[in-house]
Design a protein around this ligand. Structure first.
Ligand code: FES
Length: 150
C-alpha cells in the first residue's frame, strides 16, 4: 500500500530540457525580477532579491519566504527549519533554477505524503531567478491551513 515514493537520489534530476548534468545554481541572488505562480489558485507574484528588512520565513528568498511576504497561505509547522514536511510543495516548472536539496531536506521529504520527482520543501527551495516558477501547493497543505493550524 505504499504510494509512489521515489528515493532522494531519484529526485535530483527532474529531466528537463537541459539534456545533461543538472546544474542548479546554489542560492544565487536573483539579478532581476521573476514570477512565481501558485496552483491551484493561479495567483502569480513577482519577486526579486530578498529584502534584508523583511522577516524571513525559511531561507531568505525561498518559496515559503515569498509566499509569506505575499500573503499566500502555506503551512510551515516548524517555522522554516527543514524539521517537518508540512511545507512540501511540487515545483511544476522552474525546478532547475532552484538550489540543490540538502541532506536535511531530503530526509524530511522522505516523510512527506505524495512525494514526487518535483517535490521540495518550500522553506528550503531558493530559486535563482533565471526562470519563472509554477508551484503547486498540495491539497493536504491547504487543508492544514484551513483547519486553523497556521
Ligand atoms: Fe518545516 Fe519547511 S516549514 S520543513
Amino acid at each position: 500500500m505504499t504510494e509512489n515514493n521515489p528515493s532522494a537520489s531519484t529526485r535530483q534530476a527532474p529531466g528537463g530540457e537541459s539534456g545533461g548534468a543538472t546544474s542548479r545554481a546554489a542560492s544565487a541572488v536573483p539579478a532581476k525580477s521573476f514570477k512565481i505562480t501558485f496552483l491551484p489558485s493561479g495567483k502569480t507574484i513577482e519577486v526579486g532579491a530578498p529584502d534584508p528588512e523583511h522577516h524571513h520565513e525559511g531561507e531568505p528568498g525561498s518559496i515559503l519566504d515569498w509566499a509569506d511576504k505575499h500573503d499566500i497561505e502555506l503551512e510551515h509547522a516548524c517555522g522554516g527549519f527543514a524539521a517537518c514536511s508540512t511545507c512540501h510543495v511540487i515545483v511544476r516548472e522552474g525546478l532547475e533554477s532552484c538550489n540543490e536539496t540538502s541532506e536535511d531536506e531530503d530526509d524530511m521529504l522522505d516523510e512527506a505524503p505524495g512525494l514526487t520527482l518535483h517535490s521540495r520543501l518550500a522553506c528550503q527551495c531558493v530559486p535563482d531567478g533565471s526562470r519563472d516558477l509554477v508551484v503547486e501547493i498540495p491539497a493536504w497543505n491547504r487543508n492544514l491551513v484551513k483547519e486553523g493550524s497556521h
